[in-house]
Design a protein around this ligand. Structure first.
Ligand SMILES: [Zn+2]
Ligand SMILES: [Zn+2]
Length: 256
């Protein structure tokens, strides 16, 4: 008992010591900054955070519409959602997906900056602030096992884990699985993307029963929302298995 306490104390002291010795670095580009896990002013100035007003359903930012000073009423839907409501209920993203946010996400995704997960998760906490209060569980969009081995970790899984820590919501990385390997969606249009991922996801019934998926409000976590084809395929599988609500929170989203 006493040894354990000493061990823990030594750990805390060691970490505090490290913090005192090592300078804090920008969590984006790595230059030395004043505060740990913060961004330097250069990184802040290039990242485009999505703010209100946005589509109540898919989160599409109405930046242009509000630029001329017109105040938009709450609860507006974007043209795409009016034409066809998505399978998921709501989607929110922290950043506009552009050259800058793509750099951040690529560093994170390809493993050299996994320490960015808590920072990205904090931005996602903020972006999904109307989603977290009634959420019941967090699920990462799964990778196929072969791609998982190749990349060594699932970036959505890391984000989901960090968000679970920050929100206190449970996260279940093995409830939703990718049952077949799908080709990369890069460069494909909406219809082809939908075709590639349709039916690619499956629910593990035993896990679903254990965690109470029936009637649950689920939050799906992914890095980038492009056309929404992947999260819609996941959402369809989840709703078919009894989920009552499927919301989506991503680091960035394509805006066009
Ligand atoms: Zn920086
Ligand atoms: Zn929309």
């Amino acid at each position: 008992m006493r040894d354990q306490r000493w061990g823990r104390m030594a750990g805390i002291l060691w970490q505090a010591g490290l913090r005192a010795i090592l300078p804090a670095r920008c969590s984006g580009c790595g230059v030395i900054t004043d505060t740990a896990h913060a961004l330097c002013s250069d990184c802040w100035s290039v990242l485009r955070f999505i703010s209100d007003p946005h589509c109540v359903c898919c989160g599409y930012p109405f930046e242009l519409a509000s630029d001329d000073g017109t105040v938009l009423p709450d609860g507006l839907l974007c043209g795409n959602c009016i034409r066809q409501m998505p399978v998921y209920d709501r989607a929110r993203s922290a950043l506009v997906y552009d050259d800058h946010s793509r750099d951040y996400i690529l560093h994170f995704k390809h493993g050299d900056r996994t320490d960015m997960a808590p920072v990205l998760a904090r931005w996602m906490m903020q972006a999904g602030r109307d989603i977290w209060p009634d959420a019941g569980m967090i699920l990462p969009v799964p990778l196929h096992t072969t791609r998982l081995l190749y990349r060594r970790f699932n970036q959505s899984g890391l984000l989901a884990q960090a968000l679970s820590r920050q929100t206190g919501l449970p996260f279940y990385p093995d409830l939703l699985v990718r049952k077949r390997r799908t080709r990369s969606l890069a460069g494909l249009g909406v219809a082809s993307r939908r075709k590639v991922v349709s039916g690619a996801f499956e629910i593990r019934d035993r896990v679903a029963e254990r965690v109470g998926l029936d009637g649950a409000r689920v939050v799906l976590i992914d890095d980038v929302l492009t056309t929404g084809a992947t999260v819609s395929a996941c959402g369809r599988a989840l709703k078919r298995a009894g989920a009552m609500q499927v919301d989506v929170v991503t680091v960035a989203r394509v805006v066009r």
